[in-house]
Design a protein around this ligand. Structure first.
Ligand SMILES: CC(C)(COP(=O)(O)OP(=O)(O)OC[C@H]1O[C@@H](n2cnc3c(N)ncnc32)[C@H](O)[C@@H]1OP(=O)(O)O)[C@@H](O)C(=O)NCCC(=O)NCCS
Length: 175
């Protein structure tokens, strides 16, 4: 069994980042993340059209967290509480001792190593606290920035193509 009890939300810290729970006050940044064409280029998800949609998304995500179905963190830099990106763990499987990872950064905060720093901490938490044995990532085959990130984190590519969608590729990291 995985150790999933997210009622006390795990706040993580790294050299530059505080990685905290998503809150309603993040609605503007969540709206930008979920409406920006460049950020969403390779993501298969509905675009947010209004701040209200972003707010509803935050409410829905925190319900998943409350039910121990997912962990979804806001990345903030040092003392500034403003969200610069998000990272999440979801799709937990007690049977396979696995989960999936997802992440995104506002455009102005890309190219600074922020996601590598956050992902290392989240991966450490997934392996050592939740006790997953494997973390998977599914992404568009042309999403080079995401592929580079996964390479730097030592993820391996699953060579077998996704039968349901040939545009997708899958990566995994074992403990
Ligand atoms: C995927 C995504 C988060 C990667 O962002 P990123 O900024 O490239 O990743 P990092 O924050 O780890 O930064 C790495 C870059 O910062 C540079 N960098 C600068 N300072 C650095 C530091 N102190 N430490 C490490 N890298 C540093 C690295 O050289 C690297 O740049 P390069 O790719 O030109 O070599 C981003 O492209 C994104 O949000 N994409 C849209 C959403 C998306 O597609 N998500 C993935 C879904 S599967």
């Amino acid at each position: 069994m995985l150790n999933k009890n997210f009622n006390t939300f795990p706040i993580l810290k790294t050299e530059r980042l505080i990685i905290r729970q998503l809150e309603i006050g993040d609605e503007q940044e969540i709206f930008t993340l979920r409406s920006d064409d460049e950020i969403n280029k390779y993501l298969d998800r509905p675009i947010s059209h209004t701040l209200e949609e972003a707010r509803n998304f935050i409410i829905k995500i925190n319900e998943y967290v409350l039910n121990n179905d997912a962990l979804y963190w806001a990345l903030t830099l040092g003392d500034d509480n403003t969200l610069v990106g998000t990272i999440c763990l979801y799709g937990f499987s007690d049977e396979n001792l696995s989960c999936e990872i997802g992440y995104e950064l506002l455009t102005n905060f890309q190219g600074q190593g922020i996601m590598q720093e956050a992902a290392k901490e989240v991966i450490y938490y997934a392996f050592n606290t939740i006790k997953v044995q494997k973390i998977e990532a599914s992404l568009h085959k042309d999403n080079q920035c995401s592929i580079q990130l996964l390479d730097k984190l030592s993820f391996k590519k699953i060579e077998k193509a996704d039968d349901t969608n040939p545009q997708l590729v899958s990566y995994y990291l074992k403990r």
